[in-house]
Design a protein around this ligand. Structure first.
Ligand SMILES: Nc1ncnc2c1ncn2[C@@H]1O[C@H](COP(=O)(O)OP(=O)(O)OP(=O)(O)O)[C@@H](O)[C@H]1O
Ligand SMILES: [Mg+2]
Length: 312
């Protein structure tokens, strides 16, 4: 659905985005992750035709943003990371104004705005002045605004920034709803855990370069060298871990043994089928095992590893 091809963008002689290429499939929720200044907003503005790349192209639904920017604007909805609001305008009026701007016929506007307010949970505050909305309500209004012309592709720049935990969960559910309606969604954030349960694929960008992109599980597998070849395990023992550490280090297929806040973390270079054997070995040597469990590897881990250059 979206094909970013060798895109470069510099500001004066500063390279904000460098030879960026990645794809987003139809119906995907793609998480765009990276630290401050990584180039996320710059890339999203190029997708939204607000900024031209210096080199390369971005193809959305088979059409180049450079060749047909006006058509692209009809099929995308862009939510910027900062929105201006007008004073003395109610939520409903605000949305009806945008519906008019998108040339939605006057007789359809009211029902459309009702539908969108329902979807974004704004119905109960329809008559509130947009200038006095809380941050979360403003984010929702901004998302509502991007839905007015029923775009196929949603480009959302940090839609979860400043939302409370409940509002974040609601946003996640809303994005899933929109995905069910067949929309392709790209969403940026630096809060990685926030994306891991919202997205089915991610791209990790740093200093304008894509370090890893694709399915979250594939990136994890790439990182560990395959789903079964190596495991990262956590071992808890009764009392001091020192003796258990010494025993672990003496065993074959064990590496990287460390103690982290009283828990032993180590790599086991065997598939999961070998875990009962390992547990038996530890017990037979008198290690007072309390639990042995896989270390969960989430986006946070991937991000830290990738930005250390482990995948790149
Ligand atoms: N119009 C501009 N003029 C000059 N430099 C710019 C301009 N827009 C962006 N930059 C620079 O390009 C780099 C990438 O910025 P960008 O806004 O894309 O980062 P980001 O990943 O969105 O960061 P954040 O997480 O802080 O929003 C930054 O160093 C920024 O200062
Ligand atoms: Mg940004």
């Amino acid at each position: 659905m979206i094909d970013v091809q060798h895109v470069c963008k510099s500001f004066r002689n500063f390279r904000a985005v460098w030879d960026l290429s990645f794809q987003i499939g139809k119906g995907d929720i793609f998480g765009f992750v990276g630290p401050n200044g990584a180039g996320k907003t710059t890339t999203m503005r190029m997708m939204a035709t607000l900024l031209d790349p210096d080199y390369g192209d971005l193809i959305i639904d088979g059409v180049s943003v450079l060749d047909e920017p006006e058509y692209i604007r009809t099929i995308i909805g862009y939510m910027p990371d900062y929105i201006g609001v007008y004073e003395g305008v109610e939520i409903r009026e605000y949305l009806e104004f945008f519906a008019a701007a998108y040339r939605i016929p006057v007789e359809k506007r009211k029902s459309l705005v009702d539908e969108i307010m329902e979807l974004t949970d704004l119905t109960t505050v329809a008559t509130k002045d947009v200038a006095v909305l809380s941050k979360g309500m403003r984010q929702r209004l901004c998302l509502a605004k991007t839905l007015v012309h029923d775009p196929k592709v949603l480009i959302l720049d940090e839609p979860a920034a400043g939302l409370d935990p409940r509002a974040r969960i609601e946003l996640r559910l809303l994005l899933k709803e929109l995905q069910k309606l067949g929309k392709t969604i790209i969403i940026s954030s630096h809060i990685l855990t926030e994306l891991s349960d919202m997205c089915n694929s991610v791209g990790i960008i740093e200093r304008g370069i894509m370090l890893a992109a694709g399915n979250i599980q594939d990136i994890l597998n790439q990182r560990t060298g395959g789903p079964t070849r190596q495991q990262k395990l956590l071992l808890r023992v009764l009392g001091s871990p020192d003796q258990a550490v010494a025993i672990l280090r003496s065993l074959p297929d064990i590496g990287g043994v460390e103690i982290d806040r009283g828990v032993i973390v180590f790599n086991f270079l065997q598939p999961i089928e070998s875990n009962p054997g390992l547990l038996g070995e530890l017990l037979s040597r008198g290690v007072p095992v309390v639990t042995i469990a896989p270390a969960t590897q989430n986006l946070e881990d991937i991000f830290l590893d990738v930005t250390k250059g482990i995948i790149a």
